[in-house]
Ligand binder design. Structure first.
Ligand code: FMN
Ligand code: SF4
Ligand code: SF4
Length: 413
């Protein structure tokens, strides 16, 4: 069994159940603990009746097949059961006492409606930081990712000032043993700049994630949805967050990271970690898939690491950065190798059923049908389009092997 322990944040595994209905109050924190994540972030209070994200009928497809999936607002927001700091602290105390000691309890601090409302919100946030720490929080999490941030930053600060100001405020207020986690929105800012600011202001970890303002439609429901106030996310966010993580790591951001965005299976978790993140968040999956779906992802990551030969988290983290940082001419050389293979490969007459899809998608007159079989012509340039559409495997090259060989060759240079 691969060792999932995360040394940088001293977590039993790299999974954080992100602030959401799945972490609202002690009851849901303890329910989420059934999946045995490394940490759970208790959701802050102050949510109105709007906001949050929920899931249309296509969520079921995604959960069964792991396909790309968008999450968006459809139903009623889970009601906020906590309205005062005293109640919130009580929930933290209850959760901390009942949680296994090896699962960390992170706690959201502050809500952007406080900033929008004005008043002495800084004093409130400092008080929250102190009292939530006393109540047993292992870490305090600042949220620069919710739709509320968009409002707050327009009213008070720009995004970077908001990150700088709040991180400094809470780092100074929290006891040294309580970590300060800074959750960021890659869609709302330049991620690298925000991460550098968080690092400079003494954050202990940074959590880049992504949820956009969007107008989602669900054709299964015959009519579109009203425009939700909540963030839009899903598996398609994953490569974008991977980019932000890899860029930050390549540019010298050394803080522990717990990236999130579209983790629905172990693949997306593995990719975020290979891009350089120490940990990953479960957001929509925890809400829409529940603890069993998340537990499966944790198990699957472990099993895949065994198969792929990664003994521990240190060996997996950042393993894709070499590829991310390969010079541009490497990418071109790699594509050319594949192009050569596409150009040379001939359709397999035993598998060709003469459907003509390859001819339809060829823009070079590189393939034609004769006697209901495909034949390459000397005009094939090796673009590879036809290889993607052939339904029978008559057009096939071992692309993965070719790309891996090219990578190995580049390392030897
Ligand atoms: C229903 C729902 C409610 C959420 N509420 C909050 C919130 O109150 N505060 C917050 O910082 N993030 C909130 N999030 C964002 C998640 O904590 C998490 O960062 C994000 O969903 C991760 O991306 P993923 O859903 O693609 O996994 C919410 C997400 C969902 C799905
Ligand atoms: S590889 Fe490109 S150019 Fe060659 S036959 Fe296929 S589609 Fe045409
Ligand atoms: S797409 Fe494949 S099966 Fe169809 S004609 Fe071309 S080579 Fe034959």
């Amino acid at each position: 069994m691969a060792d999932l322990f995360v040394k940088s944040l001293q977590m039993i595994n790299p999974f954080v159940v992100a602030s959401s209905p799945a972490t609202q109050g002690a009851r849901n924190v303890l329910k989420s603990a059934a999946m045995r994540p490394g940490a759970i972030t208790m959701r802050n209070f102050g949510h109105g009746s709007g906001g949050g994200s929920f899931f249309g009928p296509d969520a079921a497809t995604a959960l069964s097949g792991g396909q790309a999936f968008h999450s968006h607002a459809v139903g009623r927001q889970v009601p906020d059961r906590i309205s005062t700091l005293e109640q919130y602290c009580e929930e933290v105390r209850t959760a901390r006492q009942a949680l296994d000691s090896d699962i960390q309890l992170w706690v959201s601090v502050g809500h952007y409606s406080d900033i929008v409302k004005g008043g002495d919100w800084e004093k409130d946030w400092v008080r929250q930081a102190k009292e939530l720490s006393l109540a047993g929080a292992n870490a305090l999490e600042l949220h620069f990712n919710t739709p509320g941030v968009a409002v707050a930053k327009d009213r008070i600060f720009d995004y970077y000032q908001l990150v700088r100001h709040c991180t400094t405020l809470i780092r100074q207020a929290a006891p040294p043993q309580v970590k300060v986690m800074v959750k960021l929105a890659i869609e709302g800012c330049d991620a690298l700049t925000s991460m550098r600011i968080a690092q400079a202001c003494g954050a202990d970890a940074v959590g880049p994630t992504a949820r956009w303002k969007a107008f989602c439609m669900d054709l299964d429901w015959r009519r579109t949805q009203p425009r939700p106030g909540a963030g839009y996310g899903g598996t398609q966010a994953n490569p974008l967050v991977c980019y932000a993580v890899a860029e930050a790591r390549s540019q010298g951001v050394t803080l522990p990271m717990y990236a999130g965005g579209g983790v629905f299976s172990f693949e997306q978790a593995a990719k975020l970690i290979m891009a350089g993140s120490d940990c990953v968040q479960f957001g929509a999956l925890a809400c829409s898939g529940g603890t069993m779906a998340c537990a499966r992802v944790i198990r699957d990551l472990n099993a895949w690491m065994d198969r792929a030969g990664y003994p521990d988290m240190d060996s997996l983290r950042g393993d894709a950065l070499q590829l991310f940082n390969m010079p541009g001419d490497f990418a071109k050389a790699r594509q050319n190798r594949l192009g050569d293979a596409y150009q040379q490969a001939q359709p397999d007459p035993a598998k060709c059923v003469g459907c003509g899809r390859c001819v339809d998608v060829c823009w070079q007159e590189g393939i034609e049908l004769a006697d209901r079989k495909a034949h390459k012509t000397d005009r094939c340039i090796g673009c590879g389009y036809c290889f993607q559409v052939c339904p029978t495997g008559a057009l096939h090259v071992e692309a993965g092997d070719i790309l891996a060989q090219a990578f190995t060759a580049a390392q030897d240079i």
